[in-house]
Design a protein around this ligand. Structure first.
Ligand code: TRP
Length: 344
């Protein structure tokens, strides 16, 4: 059997997968249709760990109340998207103290030159010129710790995080070279994207979770009214044919809407073309909006419900942290012993 993500299923024991998600809270329709939608079924084939990366979040200045709310909101949203806490280990990074501890150790095995070469560091320090702090610089060593603590086989990350996973390998290899086989080297795993969703107002750029609605983004938590408004003003193409036809190159706007409609309804491009034959863009846009509203409605309602059930969320992240720290502690003990710390 082939997984949706493109990796062959193997026989037991299950391979382990781990990923961190920065608590920005705002999931977009793009990340839902492109990735998260497929995560639920991963748990059938892999032992999955996902954590809310709040330690990473403070490398840029955060409003404390917002960070707290967004961390919980993000957890609620991922559960609502189908990540079952019974089948996946879901936790909050700062609840598992081993991350910060191994992070410090690995700071001492990550070289200044290596950290200086990270694209994300260069980008972020350009954007936050008044707050180029040490944490922003050593971020990849903490990320290496996040990963190596769990000895995972796969680390699903976006394209922009591959360089960090490579640095994780460099650090792990350096450490293993000195102390023997302590860390397992995981594979970066860039999942096969479900659907590549572009901005509704600029269909040649990826849909981003910008705060500004004008950038043509739709959020999983948007109300039906907002979603409909976004689709009604979606950019279609300035060709004269005014017909729903898939052509990424010459009709990027309409093609993007077709991708979204197809992902929400399961219909093929051909079926969509037939369905809207002779109707023009004016009919098509609100139809896509409605399909999106119906796709996101149960997720939003469930996330809202979960956000009100603080006791449930607390149960989830506490149980998750307990499971995670059991695994993490084993690795940390081994590391402390190897580097020469006196046992407690
Ligand atoms: N740096 C990742 C991002 O910005 C989030 C992250 C933190 C992560 N620690 C991780 C991802 C460990 C994978 C594994 O998206």
């Amino acid at each position: 059997m082939t997984m949706n993500d493109g990796i062959m299923e193997t026989t037991a024991p299950k391979k382990r997968m781990l990923s961190g998600i920065k608590p920005s809270g705002d999931l977009t329709l793009g990340s839902y249709l492109g990735a998260i939608k497929n995560w639920a079924e991963r748990a059938d084939s892999y032992e999955c760990f996902y954590f809310m990366a709040d330690l990473h979040a403070i490398t840029v200045r955060q409003n404390p109340a917002d960070l707290r709310r967004r961390t919980l909101e993000q957890l609620a949203q991922y559960i609502a998207c189908g990540l079952d806490p019974e089948k996946n280990t879901l936790f909050i990074q700062s609840h598992v103290h081993q991350h910060a501890e191994l992070g410090w150790v690995l700071d001492c095995y990550a070289m200044f030159g290596e950290l200086s070469r990270m694209t994300q560091f260069k980008d972020k320090s350009a954007k936050n010129a008044d707050n180029i702090n040490g944490g922003l610089f050593t971020y990849p060593a903490l990320m290496a710790a996040d990963i190596l603590l769990y000895q995972p086989d796969y680390v699903p990350v976006g394209e922009d995080q591959k360089q960090h996973v490579e640095l994780c390998h460099t650090i792990a290899r350096r450490f293993n070279g000195i102390y023997g086989d302590v860390f397992k080297l995981p594979e970066a795993f860039v999942p096969k994207v479900g659907a590549r969703i572009m901005s509704l107002t600029n269909p040649t750029a990826k849909m981003s979770k910008s705060e500004n609605e004008d950038t043509g983004r739709v959020l999983v938590m948007d109300t039906p009214e907002t979603i409909m408004r976004q689709f009604k003003r979606a950019i279609t193409d300035s060709d004269t044919e005014n017909c729903v036809r898939y052509d990424r190159e010459n009709k990027p706007g309409v093609s993007n809407l077709m991708t979204i409609y197809s992902a929400c309804t399961g219909k093929t491009y051909e079926q969509i073309q037939t369905e809207f034959a002779g109707m023009g863009y004016g009919k098509f846009k609100p139809a896509v909006g409605e399909a999106v509203v119906e796709t996101l409605r149960p997720i939003r309602e469930e996330a809202v419900r979960l956000m009100k059930d603080k006791a449930y969320l607390e149960g989830v992240y506490r149980a998750g942290a307990e499971k995670a720290s059991y695994v993490a502690e084993k690795t940390l003990r081994k590391v402390y012993k190897k580097v020469g710390f006196v046992a407690k």
